[in-house]
Design a binder for this molecule. Structure first.
Ligand code: FES
Length: 106
């Protein structure tokens, strides 16, 4: 049964930053997209490059390997991978903020 777990304090991420947190044993990437906290799979669906820690610009994170771009708010792939055009989106997770703590539902 999915449940919310504490992940990070809200002041851990500035706007435009992301990180990776283990939430109930799962590596989840969390981003601050202009004050909106978003949670999504840490591994790029193309070839499993970690995404957490990459900058977020206008809600979009770019994979370091083949430049896929993902909207962290929806998980949508907004620019396919260089080379083979892979365009699968990211799995996202529900987020809530309670008492200045970002909580993720897994
Ligand atoms: S591993 Fe992320 S775009 Fe290829």
């Amino acid at each position: 049964m999915p449940a919310f777990y504490d992940a990070i304090p809200t002041d851990f991420l500035e706007s435009g930053e992301s990180t990776t947190v283990n939430v109930d044993g799962f590596p989840i990437a969390i981003a601050n997209a202009s004050g909106v906290y978003c949670a999504f799979q840490n591994m790029c669906p193309h070839q499993a490059t970690p995404l957490g820690g990459r900058p977020v610009v206008d809600g979009v994170i770019t994979c370091s390997q083949h430049a896929s771009k993902y909207d962290v708010r929806t998980g949508e792939c907004v620019k396919p991978a260089d080379g083979d055009g892979f365009s699968q989106g990211l799995m996202t997770f529900e987020v809530e903020v309670v008492d200045e703590v970002v909580r993720v539902k897994v």
